[in-house]
Write a protein that binds this ligand. Structure first.
Ligand code: UDP
Length: 134
């Protein structure tokens, strides 16, 4: 069964949206397999966003993602990776479809409330990164 690393970002936590975001996934036929809350180190943040290290927003992104606690989770279900990306919405909340998590809880292209793995390969890497005991 497919698994995805879904993570509520510091803005989602600070604005009190943990419960509502988790509820979006519970409304579907997905199982929550792991969850925790912690503040990412600079090192972990740089690893997680290594694909963006050449981008001009990289330093600001690392500063944001380490600015407070995050809630990483492992969700499991049929086609969860693609389906979760649909539930989450596009990167920029202002461009995201109605009723997506980012449209409802995101603020701007950086502060967009949630992360979801974008491929089977990356999901495996991200789950191992955040939940090495799984
Ligand atoms: N991001 C940013 N500035 C940008 C684009 C993206 O700070 O101009 C942040 C944003 O938080 C996004 C993350 O970098 O979620 C990763 O970007 P990606 O393009 O992988 O988007 P995602 O897969 O999260 O939709």
């Amino acid at each position: 069964m497919e698994q995805s690393l879904i993570m509520i970002k510091p803005d989602g936590v600070k604005q009190g949206n943990i419960g509502q975001i988790i509820h979006r996934f519970e409304q579907h036929d997905y199982q929550l397999r792991a969850i925790k809350m912690f503040t990412m180190s600079q090192e972990l943040a740089k690893q997680h966003y290594a694909a963006h290290k050449q981008k001009d927003f990289f330093d600001d992104l690392v500063a944001f993602i380490t600015s407070g606690p995050v809630v990483p989770m492992v969700w499991q279900g049929t086609d969860i990776i693609a389906s979760a990306r649909d539930i989450i919405g596009t990167t920029d909340p202002k461009a995201a479809k109605l009723n997506t998590i980012r449209a409802d809880f995101g603020t701007d292209v950086r502060h967009n409330a949630i992360h979801g793995s974008d491929s089977v390969e990356n999901a495996k890497i991200e789950i191992a990164r955040f939940f090495p005991d799984m």
